[in-house]
Design a protein around this ligand. Structure first.
Ligand SMILES: Nc1ncnc2c1ncn2[C@@H]1O[C@H](COP(=O)(O)OP(=O)(O)OP(=O)(O)O)[C@@H](O)[C@H]1O
Ligand SMILES: [Mg+2]
Length: 473
């Protein structure tokens, strides 16, 4: 199972090439291929994906610099490590400018070479991963603004697709920052009212006496200071959607009036006597459990049942950590105009995957914006992340670890693989184990990947690594 990363070693001195092969093969991590000159190296690199190429700078047929140039244009992700004899410092500088990963001067120590090789491999993987994420994002964005491939997110997209054209009232529940307004807008944009207005009102920001004014509007002279007729948000939403956020904060007296509007499709402006017909769709949102609010008599049960026709419950970020890399890529695209950052370093991504995200997607958006401003290079490094993400070893992670200690390792692996749609690379990252360890655990627990088993767990291919999987009993 699993293929080792491919490394190409290039030198036209057979003895040197052989000793290089011997050093690299000390760690049984790589699949090694050899090229006896630059031309062979180039033709091999065009046919195979090498993660790292180690080449001598002074080849007889083409110079290492020429080889580097060709490689960078044809296989930009492949990392090139240059090796040279003494007195070639000018070439070394040029090579680094041209995008060589690193430079070694003979004689070098084998552990040093292996260390650089390992860093180059990790860098290659981060570039490939970023490229794949960008591709996946393009696919998702073609028809959606709600990013994520976690099954819970897929399900929400399905619900939106189904209910959007129906005109039914919808209630969106979810903790702060989970994307409630985004979902409300997605429903509106896919509804028959998409060309009509989308009016968003956060009930939580209005004092008790002002919310009705905001919703219903008023006639001239309705109260002191009402110098002219003002239409409210309900009227402004005619032909479109009214989104009432934090509906749980609405005073009971206003709830009664809202219910009447929903049932009769008419309302009166404050101080008015005329009933005005209005046609809008209501989408409400809350970050509390409305059913409990009803039990505590803080929310009217009749309005609750009217709203609760279709309820969409949004997952917290910690329930869908497998979506972190995709969301990070998405937000990096959003802020790319302000920064030269192109990718996230593996260490920074690791921290982002370990953080519990109490502020959910909104906190992730803010963290990426912050990191893009702070980053000095082309990669977001751990030090560029906000303090709380850097310093915190998450409770979530501790839970994960103690669970795996408690013999639930198998469940955890299957669940994580499902969350990651079979993407073993990502699953290993979330579980914080090397990929090779994941492979051996898959074998140990009899979890096997089989493209022919119809489990219905992995509906679509992701990163070309998403085979269907099943558990052998
Ligand atoms: N699945 C997602 N894909 C892409 N962006 C998302 C997703 N979920 C949330 N966001 C982004 O996260 C931010 C917060 O989302 P939103 O305002 O919809 O959350 P909310 O639940 O309404 O938050 P609050 O409870 O604080 O009002 C927005 O910038 C939104 O675009
Ligand atoms: Mg909101």
């Amino acid at each position: 199972m699993g293929t080792k990363p491919k490394i190409l070693l290039v030198d036209d001195e057979p003895l040197v090439l052989d000793s290089l092969r011997e050093i690299v093969s000390r760690e049984d991590k790589y699949q090694i291929e050899l090229a006896e000159n630059g031309t062979v190296a180039l033709s091999k690199a065009l046919q195979e994906d090498y993660c790292v190429i180690i080449t001598d700078l002074m080849l007889r047929d083409i110079t290492g610099i020429e080889l580097l140039k060709s490689l960078k244009t044809r296989t930009p992700e492949t990392q090139v490590i240059m090796v040279s004899g003494k007195g070639t410092i000018d070439f070394a500088v040029e090579a680094m400018k041209m995008g060589a990963f690193d430079f070694l001067t003979k004689p070098y120590s084998p552990p040093h070479l292996l260390q650089i090789l390992e860093r180059a491999r990790a860098y290659y993987e981060s570039l490939v991963e970023n490229k794949q994420l960008k591709g996946e994002l393009r696919r998702l964005k073609k028809n959606y603004d709600i990013i994520g491939t976690h099954p819970k997110v897929e399900r929400i997209r399905d619900i939106i697709e189904n209910i959007a054209p129906s005109d039914s009232t919808a209630l969106i529940q979810g903790k702060s920052g989970t994307g409630k307004e985004l979902v409300a807008r997605a429903i509106h944009n896919r509804s028959l009212r998409a060309d009509g207005p989308f009016q968003a009102v956060n009930c939580g920001v209005f004092a008790e006496t002002l919310i009705e004014n905001e919703l219903f509007g008023h006639e001239k002279g309705a109260y002191t200071g009402a110098v002219q007729r003002t239409i409210g948000r309900i009227e402004a939403a005619a032909g479109g959607t009214l989104f009432l956020d934090e509906i749980d904060t609405m005073p009971i007296s206003s709830q009664v009036k809202l219910l009447r509007v929903l049932e009769e499709h008419t309302f009166q402006r404050i101080g008015g006597t005329k009933s005005i017909f209005v046609d809008f769709r209501l989408i409400a949102a809350t970050n509390v459990n409305l059913k409990e609010a009803v039990a505590q008599r803080q929310f009217r049960d009749d309005l609750f049942y009217r709203l609760n026709v279709i309820t969409i419950t949004l997952p917290e970020m910690c329930e869908r950590l497998s979506d972190v890399p995709l969301l990070v890529s998405h937000f990096m695209e959003r802020y790319k105009g302000r920064s030269k950052v192109q990718a996230v370093s593996p260490d920074a991504l690791d921290l982002l995957l370990r953080y519990p995200w109490p502020g959910n997607v909104r906190e992730l958006v803010n963290a990426i914006e912050y990191a893009m401003v702070m980053a000095k290079g082309t990669h977001i490094m751990p030090a560029d992340l906000p303090e709380n993400i850097l310093g915190r070893s998450s409770e979530q992670q501790q839970n994960r670890e103690s669970m795996s200690l408690r013999d639930t390792e198998k469940d955890l692996i299957v669940k994580t693989l499902r969350d990651c749609r079979g993407n073993k690379h990502l699953a290993a990252k979330i579980l914080r184990i090397p990929r090779s360890t994941l492979y051996s655990k898959l074998q140990k627990h009899g979890i096997y990947m089989d493209t022919h088993v119809e489990t219905g767990v992995v509906p679509q291919d992701m990163h070309g690594d998403a085979e269907r999987f099943a558990v052998q009993n």
